[in-house]
Write a protein that binds this ligand. Structure first.
Ligand code: ADP
Length: 195
């Protein structure tokens, strides 16, 4: 196994890069997707969240109301801490399990995780791909393609690790200021080097 971290801010193109690496043959461990699995009704993480915040965080169809959770934790540090202490330990165990499953293979394993630079890196990731771009371009893409308001996009970006913090831990930088063709060329070139 060659274990490589993949990180980048919201709107950076991290999901696009992750998909392209998967198409090339990488095994992707997607932290956001795992969190969504852990938060499905019936899962202990879901139960713990409902215990803390009540039915307010449950949508009519019985699934988690993510927007309601975001509204609670976004403006309150204590509530954010509470959310992290519910989710992070279980997430970490699941990521470790998936890494362990791959350990004795020859696969390139990509750990796709926005928090890689913001928290201590507990997964023995020695290489980190950072998808980098000007924050204004990220705001623009979130508004144009993902339905964010400009204000919301800018706030979400400001709440994350900044560009310099991310670049400081990068071993491979993907420049996503250009178009999708330029992005794909860089990912393909990187894939050649990772294999
Ligand atoms: P992230 O996962 O980092 O939040 P995405 O991969 O979802 O970012 O990219 C944000 C949006 O911008 C998506 O709609 C994506 O298709 C688009 N996008 C990503 N890279 C480019 C690019 N180089 N040119 C144009 N659009 C892009």
């Amino acid at each position: 196994m060659r274990l490589v971290g993949l990180t980048g801010g919201i709107g950076s193109g991290k999901s696009t890069v992750s998909e392209q690496l998967r198409d090339n043959g990488a095994v992707v461990i997607d932290a956001d997707a795992i969190v969504r699995e852990l938060q499905r009704p019936g899962e202990p993480v879901f139960a713990a969240m409902v215990q803390r915040w009540g039915r307010d965080v449950v949508a009519e169809d019985g699934t988690l109301d993510r927007a309601a959770v975001a509204a609670i934790v976004f403006n309150d540090k204590d509530e954010l801490k509470a959310l992290e202490s519910i989710v992070h330990p279980v997430l970490r165990t699941e990521i470790e399990r998936r890494i362990a499953e791959q350990r004795s293979t020859e696969n390139v394993v990509v750990l796709d995780m926005a928090l890689l630079t913001e928290k201590a890196n507990p997964y023995e990731v020695t290489e980190i791909i950072v998808v980098d771009l000007a924050p204004e371009t990220a705001v623009d893409r979130l508004v144009r393609f993902r339905g964010f308001s400009e204000d919301d996009a800018a706030k979400r970006i400001a709440a994350q690790a900044n560009r310099e913090e991310r670049l400081a831990v990068a071993t491979h930088v993907i420049d996503n200021n250009g178009d999708l063709t330029a992005l794909k060329q860089q990912v393909d070139a990187l894939w050649q080097r990772l294999n």
